[in-house]
Design a protein around this ligand. Structure first.
Ligand SMILES: C[S@@+](CC[C@H](N)C(=O)[O-])C[C@H]1O[C@@H](n2cnc3c(N)ncnc32)[C@H](O)[C@@H]1O
Length: 247
Protein backbone atom coordinates (compact mmCIF):
# COMPACT_ATOMS: atom_id res chain seq x y z
CA UNK A 1 0.00 0.00 0.00
CA UNK A 2 1.32 3.45 -0.91
CA UNK A 3 -0.01 6.98 -0.54
CA UNK A 4 -1.63 8.15 -3.75
CA UNK A 5 -4.42 10.02 -5.48
CA UNK A 6 -6.21 12.88 -3.78
CA UNK A 7 -7.11 11.18 -0.51
CA UNK A 8 -7.12 13.37 2.60
CA UNK A 9 -4.51 11.34 4.48
CA UNK A 10 -3.91 14.21 6.90
CA UNK A 11 -7.59 14.34 8.01
CA UNK A 12 -8.96 12.31 10.97
CA UNK A 13 -12.31 11.97 9.15
CA UNK A 14 -10.56 10.14 6.30
CA UNK A 15 -9.09 7.60 8.75
CA UNK A 16 -12.33 7.18 10.75
CA UNK A 17 -14.22 6.37 7.54
CA UNK A 18 -11.53 4.03 6.32
CA UNK A 19 -11.34 2.12 9.63
CA UNK A 20 -15.16 1.88 9.84
CA UNK A 21 -15.25 0.31 6.39
CA UNK A 22 -12.18 -1.90 6.78
CA UNK A 23 -11.45 -3.10 10.30
CA UNK A 24 -8.21 -4.85 9.25
CA UNK A 25 -5.72 -5.84 10.56
CA UNK A 26 -3.54 -4.06 8.04
CA UNK A 27 0.12 -3.06 8.22
CA UNK A 28 1.41 -0.29 6.00
CA UNK A 29 4.79 -0.82 4.30
CA UNK A 30 6.27 -3.58 6.45
CA UNK A 31 5.15 -6.20 8.94
CA UNK A 32 6.76 -6.92 12.28
CA UNK A 33 8.68 -9.95 10.97
CA UNK A 34 10.82 -7.88 8.58
CA UNK A 35 11.42 -5.13 11.15
CA UNK A 36 12.25 -7.46 14.06
CA UNK A 37 16.04 -7.76 13.37
CA UNK A 38 16.34 -3.97 13.31
CA UNK A 39 14.24 -3.50 16.45
CA UNK A 40 16.50 -6.04 18.15
CA UNK A 41 19.45 -3.72 17.53
CA UNK A 42 17.90 -0.65 19.10
CA UNK A 43 15.13 -1.71 21.51
CA UNK A 44 15.44 -3.63 24.78
CA UNK A 45 12.58 -5.87 25.85
CA UNK A 46 12.00 -3.74 28.99
CA UNK A 47 11.94 -0.40 27.14
CA UNK A 48 8.85 1.81 27.33
CA UNK A 49 7.64 2.00 23.73
CA UNK A 50 5.22 4.42 22.06
CA UNK A 51 3.72 3.62 18.64
CA UNK A 52 2.33 6.79 17.06
CA UNK A 53 -0.50 6.54 14.50
CA UNK A 54 -0.86 2.82 15.24
CA UNK A 55 -3.95 2.27 13.06
CA UNK A 56 -5.08 -1.37 13.10
CA UNK A 57 -1.60 -2.69 12.35
CA UNK A 58 -0.50 -5.97 13.92
CA UNK A 59 2.99 -4.68 14.75
CA UNK A 60 2.18 -4.03 18.44
CA UNK A 61 0.83 -7.55 18.85
CA UNK A 62 3.92 -8.92 17.05
CA UNK A 63 6.20 -7.06 19.45
CA UNK A 64 4.28 -8.26 22.49
CA UNK A 65 4.46 -11.86 21.25
CA UNK A 66 8.21 -11.29 20.88
CA UNK A 67 8.46 -10.33 24.57
CA UNK A 68 8.51 -6.54 24.43
CA UNK A 69 6.72 -5.65 27.65
CA UNK A 70 5.31 -2.14 27.60
CA UNK A 71 3.73 -0.80 24.41
CA UNK A 72 1.57 2.31 24.30
CA UNK A 73 -0.27 3.01 21.03
CA UNK A 74 -1.92 6.26 20.01
CA UNK A 75 -3.99 7.30 17.00
CA UNK A 76 -6.12 10.28 16.02
CA UNK A 77 -8.93 8.01 14.80
CA UNK A 78 -11.36 7.31 17.65
CA UNK A 79 -12.86 4.50 15.53
CA UNK A 80 -9.64 2.53 15.34
CA UNK A 81 -8.68 3.16 18.99
CA UNK A 82 -12.06 1.90 20.14
CA UNK A 83 -11.74 -1.22 17.99
CA UNK A 84 -8.16 -1.94 19.16
CA UNK A 85 -9.06 -1.44 22.84
CA UNK A 86 -11.79 -4.05 22.46
CA UNK A 87 -9.60 -6.42 20.45
CA UNK A 88 -6.75 -6.38 23.00
CA UNK A 89 -8.75 -6.03 26.22
CA UNK A 90 -7.14 -9.27 27.43
CA UNK A 91 -3.55 -7.98 26.83
CA UNK A 92 -2.98 -5.11 29.29
CA UNK A 93 0.65 -4.58 28.22
CA UNK A 94 -0.75 -3.27 24.93
CA UNK A 95 -2.42 0.08 25.61
CA UNK A 96 -4.47 2.10 23.08
CA UNK A 97 -5.11 5.80 23.65
CA UNK A 98 -6.97 8.29 21.43
CA UNK A 99 -4.51 11.13 20.94
CA UNK A 100 -3.11 13.53 18.38
CA UNK A 101 0.63 13.03 17.91
CA UNK A 102 1.00 16.82 17.55
CA UNK A 103 -0.19 17.32 21.12
CA UNK A 104 0.78 14.57 23.58
CA UNK A 105 0.44 16.65 26.78
CA UNK A 106 -0.85 13.58 28.63
CA UNK A 107 2.66 12.14 28.41
CA UNK A 108 5.45 13.57 30.51
CA UNK A 109 8.64 14.82 28.91
CA UNK A 110 11.53 12.29 28.85
CA UNK A 111 9.17 9.37 29.52
CA UNK A 112 9.64 6.93 26.59
CA UNK A 113 12.71 4.99 25.48
CA UNK A 114 11.41 4.42 21.95
CA UNK A 115 8.89 5.98 19.57
CA UNK A 116 7.89 3.98 16.47
CA UNK A 117 6.28 5.67 13.47
CA UNK A 118 5.27 3.59 10.46
CA UNK A 119 3.53 5.80 7.92
CA UNK A 120 2.26 8.51 10.29
CA UNK A 121 4.68 11.34 9.48
CA UNK A 122 4.05 10.38 5.84
CA UNK A 123 0.30 10.79 6.28
CA UNK A 124 0.76 14.25 7.87
CA UNK A 125 3.07 15.18 5.00
CA UNK A 126 0.23 14.39 2.59
CA UNK A 127 -2.20 16.76 4.32
CA UNK A 128 -2.64 20.53 4.52
CA UNK A 129 -0.08 22.61 6.48
CA UNK A 130 2.23 19.65 6.19
CA UNK A 131 5.45 21.40 7.24
CA UNK A 132 3.92 22.94 10.33
CA UNK A 133 2.16 19.68 11.33
CA UNK A 134 5.33 17.65 10.80
CA UNK A 135 7.26 20.18 12.92
CA UNK A 136 4.74 19.91 15.77
CA UNK A 137 4.81 16.13 15.58
CA UNK A 138 8.61 15.92 15.64
CA UNK A 139 8.86 18.43 18.52
CA UNK A 140 6.43 16.35 20.56
CA UNK A 141 8.23 13.11 19.81
CA UNK A 142 11.54 14.71 20.82
CA UNK A 143 9.95 15.98 24.03
CA UNK A 144 8.48 12.65 25.20
CA UNK A 145 11.66 10.70 24.46
CA UNK A 146 14.33 10.25 27.12
CA UNK A 147 17.79 11.52 26.26
CA UNK A 148 19.43 8.84 24.04
CA UNK A 149 15.92 7.47 23.36
CA UNK A 150 15.22 6.49 19.75
CA UNK A 151 12.62 7.60 17.22
CA UNK A 152 12.28 4.90 14.55
CA UNK A 153 10.68 6.35 11.43
CA UNK A 154 9.62 3.85 8.75
CA UNK A 155 8.73 5.75 5.56
CA UNK A 156 8.74 5.84 1.78
CA UNK A 157 10.53 9.22 2.02
CA UNK A 158 14.08 9.24 0.63
CA UNK A 159 16.90 10.98 2.58
CA UNK A 160 16.88 14.04 0.36
CA UNK A 161 13.32 14.79 1.54
CA UNK A 162 13.24 13.41 5.06
CA UNK A 163 16.66 14.33 6.47
CA UNK A 164 16.16 18.09 6.20
CA UNK A 165 12.80 17.71 7.96
CA UNK A 166 14.35 15.67 10.76
CA UNK A 167 17.36 17.92 11.16
CA UNK A 168 15.42 21.19 11.26
CA UNK A 169 13.60 21.39 14.60
CA UNK A 170 15.16 18.65 16.72
CA UNK A 171 18.59 17.41 17.65
CA UNK A 172 19.16 13.83 16.63
CA UNK A 173 22.03 11.58 15.65
CA UNK A 174 20.59 9.67 12.68
CA UNK A 175 21.30 6.20 11.30
CA UNK A 176 19.65 5.21 8.01
CA UNK A 177 18.57 1.64 7.25
CA UNK A 178 16.58 0.27 4.32
CA UNK A 179 14.19 -2.64 3.82
CA UNK A 180 13.12 -3.98 0.46
CA UNK A 181 9.43 -3.41 -0.32
CA UNK A 182 6.99 -6.33 -0.37
CA UNK A 183 6.57 -7.74 -3.84
CA UNK A 184 9.60 -5.85 -5.07
CA UNK A 185 10.38 -6.69 -8.70
CA UNK A 186 14.09 -6.43 -8.13
CA UNK A 187 16.18 -8.99 -9.98
CA UNK A 188 16.79 -11.83 -7.57
CA UNK A 189 20.55 -11.85 -8.25
CA UNK A 190 20.97 -8.22 -7.23
CA UNK A 191 22.46 -7.89 -3.78
CA UNK A 192 20.09 -6.52 -1.21
CA UNK A 193 21.30 -4.44 1.69
CA UNK A 194 21.06 -6.07 5.12
CA UNK A 195 18.41 -4.30 7.19
CA UNK A 196 20.72 -4.24 10.20
CA UNK A 197 23.56 -2.46 8.35
CA UNK A 198 23.32 1.32 8.39
CA UNK A 199 23.78 3.09 5.01
CA UNK A 200 26.70 5.52 4.93
CA UNK A 201 25.32 9.00 4.23
CA UNK A 202 26.98 12.06 2.76
CA UNK A 203 26.56 15.45 4.46
CA UNK A 204 23.74 16.51 2.06
CA UNK A 205 21.74 13.37 2.80
CA UNK A 206 22.56 11.58 -0.43
CA UNK A 207 24.36 8.28 -0.61
CA UNK A 208 26.65 6.69 -3.12
CA UNK A 209 24.27 5.18 -5.72
CA UNK A 210 26.56 2.17 -6.07
CA UNK A 211 25.35 1.16 -2.59
CA UNK A 212 21.68 0.63 -3.51
CA UNK A 213 21.40 1.50 -7.20
CA UNK A 214 19.76 4.53 -8.81
CA UNK A 215 16.14 3.86 -7.87
CA UNK A 216 16.14 1.61 -4.84
CA UNK A 217 12.85 -0.23 -4.33
CA UNK A 218 12.98 0.15 -0.58
CA UNK A 219 11.38 1.63 2.49
CA UNK A 220 13.66 3.84 4.51
CA UNK A 221 14.09 3.51 8.26
CA UNK A 222 15.55 6.54 10.02
CA UNK A 223 16.76 5.68 13.49
CA UNK A 224 16.97 9.05 15.23
CA UNK A 225 18.70 9.12 18.59
CA UNK A 226 17.73 12.05 20.80
CA UNK A 227 20.84 13.96 21.77
CA UNK A 228 20.31 16.81 24.22
CA UNK A 229 24.03 17.64 24.11
CA UNK A 230 23.62 18.70 20.44
CA UNK A 231 21.02 21.24 21.53
CA UNK A 232 23.24 22.49 24.37
CA UNK A 233 26.16 22.86 21.94
CA UNK A 234 23.98 24.90 19.60
CA UNK A 235 22.70 27.11 22.44
CA UNK A 236 26.26 27.70 23.73
CA UNK A 237 27.39 28.61 20.22
CA UNK A 238 24.47 31.03 19.80
CA UNK A 239 25.30 32.74 23.12
CA UNK A 240 28.99 33.03 22.16
CA UNK A 241 28.10 34.43 18.71
CA UNK A 242 25.79 36.99 20.33
CA UNK A 243 28.53 38.06 22.76
CA UNK A 244 30.99 38.51 19.87
CA UNK A 245 28.36 40.54 17.94
CA UNK A 246 27.79 42.79 20.98
CA UNK A 247 31.54 43.45 21.55
C1 LIG B 1 -0.53 5.26 6.98
S1 LIG B 1 -1.46 4.90 8.41
C2 LIG B 1 -0.28 3.87 9.27
C3 LIG B 1 -0.94 2.97 10.28
C4 LIG B 1 0.03 2.04 11.02
N1 LIG B 1 1.09 2.78 11.68
C5 LIG B 1 0.65 0.99 10.11
O1 LIG B 1 1.85 0.85 10.13
O2 LIG B 1 -0.08 0.28 9.43
C6 LIG B 1 -1.33 6.44 9.28
C7 LIG B 1 -2.01 6.44 10.65
O3 LIG B 1 -1.72 7.69 11.27
C8 LIG B 1 -2.89 8.10 11.96
N2 LIG B 1 -2.80 9.56 12.12
C9 LIG B 1 -2.90 10.54 11.17
N3 LIG B 1 -2.74 11.75 11.72
C10 LIG B 1 -2.51 11.55 13.05
C11 LIG B 1 -2.28 12.43 14.14
N4 LIG B 1 -2.23 13.76 13.99
N5 LIG B 1 -2.09 11.88 15.37
C12 LIG B 1 -2.14 10.54 15.55
N6 LIG B 1 -2.37 9.67 14.55
C13 LIG B 1 -2.54 10.16 13.31
C14 LIG B 1 -4.03 7.66 11.07
O4 LIG B 1 -5.26 7.59 11.76
C15 LIG B 1 -3.51 6.30 10.60
O5 LIG B 1 -3.91 5.28 11.48
Amino acid sequence: MTFGGTQAYGEPSYWDKRYSQDPGPFDWYQKYATLAPLFNLYIHRSHRILIVGCGNAAIGEGMLDDNYEDIVNIDISAVVIDAMQKKYSNRPQLKYIWMDVRDMQRFESDSFDVVIDKGTLDSLMCGQNSQSNAGKMLDEIWRVLKDRGVYILITYGAPLYRLSLLREPCFWSINLHVIEKFGSEKEPQRQTWEVTDAIPLKEDGSFDTSVLGDKPDVHYVYVCIKDKSLRELKLTKEIKDEMVDND
